[in-house]
Write a protein that binds this ligand. Structure first.
Ligand code: 13P
Ligand code: SF4
Length: 340
C-alpha cells in the first residue's frame, strides 16, 4: 500500500471514530477531494454544513469558508487543517476600512461577498456568493444605494447584469483570478471556436468579456450566432461572429452543473485549476482546457492530505467566531439564504 493510500484509509477510519464529515472546496488538491464527503462551491459548502448531523466538520478550503461554517453551525466543531490558509481577496478589506466607507454612504445597503472575514460580514446587511450575487442585489429596492465588497470584477459584473447605477464597488481583487486577463481569453476564443467558455466572475477578464458579449460591442463581422451573457442559465443574446460565442459567467458549482448538462465536447475554463480534477472525473467524455494553468491558489493548496489526517487525529485547528460577531454575521448569511 502506498503512503497516500494508507493516509486515505486512516482518514476514513478517523472520520467514523470522530463522527466527522470532510467538506472540500472545488479548488482543493485531488487527493483531498478524494477523501471528502462533499465537494462544492462556497454556497453549497455552507448549506451542506448547515444540514449535516455530524459532530465535527473538517473544512478543506480557506479560512473565511471555515468561519462561515462555524457561524452557521455554532454547535459543531469546525476544524481547518491549516489555519494559515487565507484568501488574498478577503484580505483586501478590514472592518475599520468598511466602517469608514459606510460613514461616507450612511443610506447605503452593504452587500459583502462570502470571501470576507467574519468581522466584515458582521458589519454587512447581506452576504452573497458568486452563484447568487445577482439575485441578492436584485432583491434590494432600486432606490437604495449599495456598497458591494470586496471584489471589483464580481461587482462590475453584477452592476452590468442588474443595470444598477447606484452601486459602489470596493476595489479589491483575488490575485489568482485577476491574472486571468482579457487577452488570454480572447486568444483562446480565437483558437477554440467550437468550444464553450466558462468564466468565474472574479476573473480579471470579466469586465471586458461582459462588455464584449453582453453589450454586443463586437468587431463588426457578426454572423448572428447569438453570444450569450449568461448567469446561471439566464442570458441575453448579442451577436459577434469572429470568436466562439458560448461564454458563461458562473460560480464554481455553476460550472460543474453546466459541464454536466451541455452537449459541447470541449470546454475552456477560466478559474482556479483545481476544479479541473472533479470536472474531468465527472465528465470523462469531455475535454476541459484551463485558460491559464498558472491560475493556482496557493492558499487552497496549503490543505494537504497529511494535514487533513493530523486535523482529524488531533482535532485541530478549531475555528470559532466570537458569539456577538457570529450573531451579526449570521443575519447577513441568513438573509442571503432566504433569497435562494
Ligand atoms: P465559488 O463560490 O464560486 O466557489 O468561489 C469561491 C472562491 O474563492 C473563488 O475564488
Ligand atoms: Fe481567495 Fe482567490 Fe484563493 Fe478564491 S482563488 S480562495 S478568492 S485567493
Amino acid at each position: 500500500m502506498t503512503d497516500l493510500e494508507y493516509l486515505k484509509q486512516e482518514i476514513t477510519r478517523l472520520k467514523r471514530e470522530r463522527d466527522a464529515v470532510i467538506l472540500a472546496h472545488n479548488y482543493q488538491l485531488p487527493e483531498v477531494q478524494d477523501v471528502a464527503d462533499f465537494i462544492g462551491d462556497s454556497l453549497a459548502l455552507s448549506q451542506h454544513a448547515a444540514r449535516t448531523d455530524a459532530k465535527a466538520i473538517v473544512f478543506c478550503g480557506v479560512h473565511f469558508m471555515a468561519e462561515t461554517a462555524s457561524i452557521i453551525c455554532p454547535d459543531k466543531r469546525v476544524l481547518i487543517p491549516d489555519p494559515e490558509a487565507g484568501c488574498s481577496l478577503a484580505s483586501t478589506i478590514t472592518v475599520e476600512q468598511l466602517r469608514a466607507w459606510k460613514q461616507e454612504h450612511p443610506d447605503a445597503v452593504t452587500v459583502c461577498y462570502i470571501n470576507t472575514s467574519a468581522d466584515v460580514k458582521a458589519e454587512c446587511d447581506y452576504c452573497c456568493t458568486s452563484s447568487n450575487a445577482v439575485k441578492v442585489v436584485k432583491s434590494i429596492p432600486e432606490d437604495k444605494p449599495i456598497l458591494f465588497l470586496p471584489d471589483m470584477f464580481l461587482g462590475a459584473y453584477v452592476a452590468e447584469v442588474t443595470k444598477r447605477k447606484n452601486i459602489y464597488i470596493w476595489p479589491g481583487e483575488c490575485h489568482v483570478h485577476a491574472g486571468i486577463r482579457p487577452s488570454l481569453v480572447l486568444e483562446m476564443l480565437k483558437t477554440y471556436r467550437d468550444a464553450e467558455f466558462l468564466i468565474h466572475p472574479e476573473c480579471g477578464c470579466t469586465t471586458s468579456m461582459v462588455y464584449y458579449f453582453g453589450s454586443g460591442n463586437g468587431n463588426g463581422s457578426g454572423n448572428g450566432n447569438g453570444c450569450a451573457l449568461t448567469s446561471n442559465g439566464n442570458g441575453n443574446g448579442n451577436g459577434n461572429g469572429n470568436y466562439a460565442c458560448n461564454v458563461r459567467f458562473l460560480s464554481t458549482e455553476g460550472m460543474m452543473r453546466y459541464a454536466k448538462q451541455t452537449s459541447a465536447k470541449r470546454l475552456i475554463v477560466a478559474t482556479e485549476v483545481g476544479i479541473l480534477y472533479r470536472m474531468q472525473r465527472e465528465n470523462p467524455d469531455k475535454e476541459f482546457i484551463p485558460v491559464s494553468s498558472d491560475a493556482v491558489c496557493k492558499y487552497m493548496k496549503m490543505i494537504t492530505l497529511d494535514k487533513v489526517y493530523r486535523s482529524l487525529k488531533e482535532m485541530v485547528y478549531e475555528v470559532k467566531v466570537p458569539e456577538d460577531t457570529a450573531r451579526r454575521a449570521r443575519k447577513a448569511i441568513e438573509r442571503m439564504l432566504s433569497i435562494q
